[in-house]
Design a binder for this molecule. Structure first.
Ligand SMILES: [Zn+2]
Ligand SMILES: [Zn+2]
Length: 132
């Protein structure tokens, strides 16, 4: 099974194979700002599961204080969407913005993070793991 994630303008894409190593919803302030939504979906694959990357990206560095790691975030030079990133504490993984798989399949997350920052009106399926 392969999955392709794309930015809004389709200039950049990333194609991965297999199942994610981790697929989580993060409720922190930064993920809200990154996505412009109530939470971010972070879908992590092994770096060797990446089949293809295309298009021009720029990178900005972010210290994710809630997660205590640094991220290198790759975003589209045209539409600005952050499509994928690497994190300092898990160099063997690549994070992909889960909602950007919307042309193929947005995979259901298995757990939620930073629930103390969760919007009051959001609730998640009861079978998901909750990690404060
Ligand atoms: Zn774009
Ligand atoms: Zn977050």
């Amino acid at each position: 099974m392969t999955f392709e994630a794309t930015c809004c303008c389709k200039q950049i894409s990333i194609t991965v194979s297999g199942k994610p190593e981790m697929n989580s919803v993060c409720n922190c302030t930064n993920c809200k700002q990154r996505t412009g939504s109530a939470f971010g979906i972070s879908t992590y694959f092994k770096t060797d599961a990446v089949l293809n990357k295309s298009g021009d990206t720029k990178i900005y560095k972010l210290w994710h204080k809630e997660q205590n790691h640094e991220q290198n975030r790759h975003f589209c030079t045209q539409c600005g969407i952050t499509l994928y990133w690497t994190i300092s504490t898990m160099p063997h993984l690549i994070g992909v913005a889960g909602g950007c798989f919307s042309d193929s399949e947005v995979l259901e997350p298995t757990h939620t993070l930073n629930n103390s920052s969760k919007c009051q009106w959001v609730s998640f399926p009861s079978n998901w793991q909750v990690q404060e």
